[in-house]
Design a protein. Structure first.
Lengths: 468, 92
């Protein structure tokens, strides 16, 4: 049986792709991905139209997608995250049909249970053999984990593996295996390594971020969860990464042997593994070169699928075993609802990713954020978009103090017992207003919905309106 | 205070405002470009206008590029820009 195609065009033709179908992509090549653009260009040349693109995330490198929306090749978008280069035009209404936003856990849940059908999945694979045994750990475009691509490969009617490093059969350390793959295509390059992963992940020097991080680490310690068996997830952004540094210092000082680190993985988590803070890393996506090297070489650093990471329908998941997660917010309201989808003008600049999943699952969900950013209060009366419901959030840590969700009086008592600066979240909101001056209320300018934000169970959680 | 030449104060950094003051024939004009226009646009124009009035400036063209400066910063940048613009020669 020959799966290897001479061109992407041949693979698309053989897949039987027709007008109106759904194609899918994963985002491990991040802002260096060539595959989505390459595939859409071939599809456009073939004259196929009216497609829905289901991509686990979209980045600014995918801007040509906007042209394919304009020319009718793409008429539907489903994703977990889109950066502002795509989010801006979408917010202005370039797509007639509302975007469907899911979380990283809900996406595979709905793909696997058949709610979200994929006709043809395109798997960008840094290494593959001619039968489609493929991996993200090898090759010039190595990205590490292929976690988000598994559900697509398992359930799509046709699966096309696109690689730039064709290896001899069998690729023994394969992530997605040949039994799921229909066609394999070799191309010159699947991505730009500079955009795929960053070289190093740097600790922030911003004194406000460090202050927030130190306070957050103290709060985690005071929660009582920071002991042997501890499991932890944190983002790669400024304050979140700095929290890891403070947590690491506490763990080393007290010789705490944690269980696992979870999530998108940075070199910082690898350092913690190697320092003995954790016994394992569960990795759905690598953020930097050190993480890629570690997942390739260290058996304690395991690849997990998106469903295994955080599917609400999985029998259990890594997220459901998680003690503490530290997450960011563009806004948080006095009911602890968090927005990570839109900016202060209501324009799409992100998405849940795994935020909503791990926030709901973890024993302790800590939101770290400055009280305000460039005169915009982060603590508001009502978020413009509910990305993660307040019921999933346990506390907010700002440079001016900690606000604990009233649903967690036990946690508030623990913070007070540790003499940490606990404030009512409304107090923090008032402090922000006092610093920034009273702002005019947000005025929505359109009733047209440009995106539906789905909850983890697939129900409609919120909508995002068009902006000017 | 008379505006004699073009002068500037501030930066394009986040949480700062860059204020440029130029001579004008008649009256005050304030052109503002702000990331927080929807929330603070009117308030920023009001603050700059108040600074001009306090310093006795009657004719000026002000262009401001704001990245979320606080009111105290806006006052400071506007005041400095006006004082620089009212000097005959650039200060060494």
């Amino acid at each position: 049986m020959r799966k290897l195609c001479n061109s992407l065009k041949e693979a698309i033709e053989k897949s039987g792709l027709r007008d109106g179908m759904t194609i899918s992509f994963h985002h491990h090549l991040r802002n260096g991905d060539y595959v989505l653009n390459m595939v859409l260009e071939e599809i456009a040349a073939l004259g196929i139209k009216d497609l829905t693109v289901n991509a686990s995330s979209l980045f600014d490198c995918h801007e040509p997608l906007l042209g394919h929306i304009e020319n009718g090749v793409v008429t539907g978008l489903e994703t977990d995250y889109m950066s502002s280069g795509i989010g801006g035009p979408i917010s202005k209404g370039v797509l007639a049909k509302p975007v469907v936003f899911r979380s990283h856990g809900a996406r595979p849940a709905q793909i696997l249970d058949g709610t979200s059908h994929i006709d043809v999945a395109f798997v960008a694979a840094p290494a593959s053999d001619p039968m489609g045994n493929c991996s993200g750990k090898y090759g010039p475009s190595a990205c590490g984990s292929l976690g988000y691509a598994f559900a697509d490969a398992m359930k799509a009617d046709k699966v096309v593996v696109v690689t730039d490093d064709l290896m001899d059969y069998p690729l023994t350390d394969a992530s997605i295996t040949e039994d799921y793959v229909d066609y394999v295509v070799k191309v010159d390059a699947i991505g730009n390594p500079k955009g795929i992963v960053s070289g190093t992940t740097r600790m922030p020097k911003d004194p406000i971020a460090l202050k927030i991080a130190e306070l957050a680490a103290q709060a985690i310690d005071a929660s009582g969860l920071l002991k042997d068996g501890f499991s932890f997830q944190t983002g790669a952004g400024g304050a979140s990464l700095a929290v890891a540094d403070y947590v690491k210092r506490i763990m080393l000082k007290r010789n705490i042997k944690g269980s696992f680190a979870l999530g998108g993985i940075t070199g910082y988590m690898v350092d913690m593994l190697e320092a003995g803070c954790f016994q394992a890393i569960q990795d759905v996506q690598c953020f930097d070169l050190q993480a890629v090297q570690s997942i390739r070489e260290d058996p304690r650093h395991m690849e997990i699928t998106a469903a295994q990471y955080a599917s609400p329908k999985a029998k259990s998941s890594a997220a459901s075993n998680l003690d503490v997660v530290v997450l960011g917010a563009t806004e948080i309201d006095t009911n602890f609802n968090v927005n990570v989808h839109t900016d202060s003008n209501g324009c799409i600049i992100g998405g849940s990713g795994g935020h909503t999943d791990v926030a709901e699952e973890a024993k302790l969900t800590v939101i770290v954020a400055p009280l305000s950013r460039a005169r915009m209060s982060i603590v508001v009366d009502k978020v413009l978009t509910v990305s993660t419901p307040g019921s999933s959030v346990d506390m907010l840590v700002t440079q001016y103090g900690i606000a604990v969700n009233p649903a967690r009086p036990d946690l508030e008592a623990a913070m007070k017992a540790a003499r940490l600066p606990v404030k009512d979240i409304r107090q923090l909101r008032d402090m922000a207003v006092a610093l920034n001056g009273p702002a005019k209320p947000y005025a929505r300018t359109s009733d047209r919905v440009v995106a539906n934000v789905l909850a983890r169970d697939g129900s409609l959680q919120d909508v995002i309106y068009q902006v000017k | 205070m008379d505006i004699k030449r073009e002068a500037m104060a501030g930066t394009l950094e986040s949480s700062d405002i860059c204020v440029t003051v130029q001579p004008a024939a008649e009256g005050i004009r304030i052109d503002l470009n702000s990331t927080v226009e929807n929330y603070y646009g009117d308030s920023i124009r009001e603050t700059i206008g108040a600074v001009l009035q306090e310093l006795g400036v009657r004719n000026a063209l002000v262009s401001a590029v704001d990245h979320g400066a606080l009111d105290c910063t806006i006052r400071a940048r506007a005041t400095t820009a006006v004082k620089r613009a009212s000097r005959e020669e650039p200060q060494k």
